[in-house]
Ligand binder design. Sequence first.
Ligand SMILES: Nc1ncnc2c1ncn2[C@@H]1O[C@H](COP(=O)(O)OP(=O)(O)OP(=O)(O)O)[C@@H](O)[C@H]1O
Ligand SMILES: [Mg+2]
Length: 349
Amino acid sequence: MHQEDDVRGGTMPAAVTLIHNTSDQSLPESAAEEGVMETVEAVEQVLCEQGRSVFRLPLTAPLSAAALTLERLSKGSLVFNLFEGFPGDPSSEVQVGLLLKALALRATGCPPVAMHLGLHKPLAKRLLSAEGVPTAAGLHVRRIEEVPESLPFPFPVFLKPAVNDASHGIGPSSVVQDRASLIERLDDLLDRFPQGVLVESFLAGRELNCSVVETAEGPHPLPPSLVDYSALSPGYPPVLTFEAKWAPESPVYQQTPTLCPAPVEPELSNRVQQLAVLSYRALGCRGYARVDLREDGEGSLCVLEVNPNPDLAPSAGLAKQARAEGWDYAHLVSTILGSAEKGEPWTFE
Ligand SMILES: Nc1ncnc2c1ncn2[C@@H]1O[C@H](COP(=O)(O)OP(=O)(O)OP(=O)(O)O)[C@@H](O)[C@H]1O
Ligand SMILES: [Mg+2]
């Protein structure tokens, strides 16, 4: 339907506009957004090898400038969305999603509502719980005065920005052992993250993640990965801090490898995949998403969060999980593009 006639009377695949952010190295924690260029190059190469014309379209702040850039695309254009937000402004990812929808562009990945829920952890937890997906007991704190005399769950607890992603604001001191440290940490975090902090019961068990990719048959869970914390020094908490996730030169990055497929019992792996698909549907994801999970101290699995449009770099978890399924990178990229090209326009399911 959207293919163009070529001179020989056959058809040529539709051109692809690849939108992405640019980095701002002056900002703290910009490493999370910088990695996108590796993905842009890899996706472009795959699509060119498949005979597509690919146009790169970097989006720069402010949003009004991005809107003018996107408005120049003709209605129905096929967009590969690698935009992860302007550095320091995670909600701009959602706003660009809304623009894509308003301009009737066909874009890869999740619709803006799912992107918003991916950022807004307290809202996502409510939707997950309503669908029977277990999550950690938690409390959304916007002001120190909201902290009750006694928490509805025991210490240790875990603190993370309530509305954010990419491990921003997560460090070794996110694990809190007592009330005095809780108040002290909250004071600092609430200054930096005015939308509040999610205080959660600390899940002490194993950490896994599972990507889900939309195929012609529906959402397809890939083999899960396990985060291996066994090499960390005893004082460092077994969690994926910003450094462990985004600073390849740091010892904690090297001490937290991700093993794929996860070396766990098949029952656990199946349960992870089942919860990943349930979570994907609960948040109205499309195209691809990665679901992060953790066991509590008794071995019960909880979903930590859903990442719509996760890192698609060839070296990242999603591509690793695809390889474990027997999909090469080209197959992963064309499956993601295919569901945008053939699928229905974005709706909230
Ligand atoms: N309740 C919890 N108990 C134990 N560890 C937790 C808990 N919540 C989060 N973590 C740890 O913090 C890490 C980051 O948390 P989470 O995935 O929710 O945030 P994020 O900032 O959206 O991360 P990203 O987008 O980089 O995956 C997790 O990978 C996990 O190691
Ligand atoms: Mg996560």
